[in-house]
Design a protein around this ligand. Structure first.
Ligand code: KG4
Ligand code: ZN
Length: 342
């Protein structure tokens, strides 16, 4: 099954052609992130305008790189939400228009289901359920117990900021540019991760939820207490310690989930934050007795359309024609809509 997928939930205009949920024939990603380096975060109105500029060229390029004509497509898939309304409207309008013009069915995909499916892209060995998935991005941080591609339950979610948001806000406090994850990773590369102490949120609480706002506040006070509030002399140590603290919290939640779910066969870590090298090595070294997977390619960690094409394929596989039912675009969509528990 050949799907043309479109993802425009934030500041990436992504279009991909995916075969049978796994083989990526093209993966075009036009990003407007550089425009937001100075502002420290995405400006929704500007991101939507960039989406309008990029969407048609990205669709053309994706079909060209896949070396297919639209007649060969079996369906289209598009991110229906959550995300920035203006950005989402560009992608869903393009997808609806093309689906109607080309007379192809259209699948609306929850953005988070795309991330959950991303380790399937170009995999070499078939993953085995049940799987615990940690999904950590700029807009969400959640923990899932999955019994199938589109089946499972939500174990925990963030009570305040998302993990990527904590990187982004922390970077702004440190005077680094957006997006904060790669900036903090780079700044802390040769720093001492134990130089500054940060708390381990919710460690003793009876929950699998996340909370990042306390870590961010702790960073703010650490900076306030520096001589003259001057970050420069300790930037590497501070970035490394803060990055380690964010990763420790993610790892702590994973460990707790594994203690509670004894039948788990694999651990998956997905979303923009799964590109982080410290997180990857922490998870790999902690769970050396169980298969750990990340998206095969760093471009499948951050927002991309290949994951939406993959999720669209599995929705059709699991729900048949129901996967094509009409949907509305929504800036906010509940996590309960990501997977089903039966
Ligand atoms: O999945 P994504 O592209 O978009 C959302 O769905 O939100 O994730 C973007 C987030 C940003 O907050 C960014 O700072 C973070 O992922 N990120 C990273 C890294 N690369 C991207 N965080 C930590 N380390 C990285 N290397
Ligand atoms: Zn995302």
């Amino acid at each position: 099954m050949l799907i043309l997928a479109i993802e425009t939930s934030c500041d990436e205009t992504a279009v991909s052609v995916v075969q049978n949920g796994v083989k990526v024939l093209s993966n075009v990603i036009a990003t407007s992130k550089q425009s937001f380096e100075a502002s420290g975060g995405v400006i929704p109105e500007e991101a939507a305008r960039k989406q309008v500029e990029c969407i048609i060229p990205a669709i053309r390029q994706s079909l060209n790189e896949a070396q297919i004509d639209h007649h060969a497509l079996d369906a289209l898939a598009v991110t229906k939400g959550p995300g920035l309304s203006g950005s989402l409207l560009v992608g869903t309008t393009a997808a609806r228009t093309l689906a109607s013009l080309w007379q192809k069915p259209l699948i609306g995909v929850h953005h988070t289901l795309g991330h959950l499916t991303s380790p399937w892209l170009e995999h070499t060995e078939e993953p085995i359920f049940p799987i615990i998935t940690l999904s950590a991005s700029g807009g969400h941080s959640d923990l899932w117990y999955r019994t199938g591609h589109t089946k499972g339950v939500l174990l925990g979610q963030t009570r305040d900021d998302a993990a990527g948001e904590a990187f982004d806000k922390g970077a702004a406090l440190l005077g680094l540019t957006y997006p904060g994850g790669p900036a903090i990773e780079k700044a802390g590369k040769n720093g001492d991760k134990n130089a500054f102490a940060f708390p381990l949120p919710l460690h003793r609480a009876d929950t699998l939820d996340f909370s990042f706002s306390g870590l961010k506040t702790s960073l703010k006070y650490t900076i306030r207490d520096l001589p003259d509030e001057n970050v420069t002399p300790v930037l590497a140590d501070l970035a490394a310690s803060y990055e380690q603290a964010l990763c420790n919290h993610l790892l702590d939640r994973l460990k707790k989930a594994l203690e509670q779910q004894s039948d788990v066969k694999e651990i998956h870590v997905v979303g923009g934050v799964s590109a982080n090298a410290t997180l990857r090595s922490l998870v790999e070294s902690t769970f050396d007795h169980i298969t750990v997977r990340f998206p095969q390619n760093i471009t499948y960690c951050t927002d991309n359309a290949a994951m939406i094409g993959s999720a669209g394929f599995f929705l059709v596989e699991n729900y048949g024609d129901k996967a094509y039912e009409p949907f509305t675009t929504a800036a906010s969509l509940p996590l309960s809509a990501v997977v089903r528990n039966t």
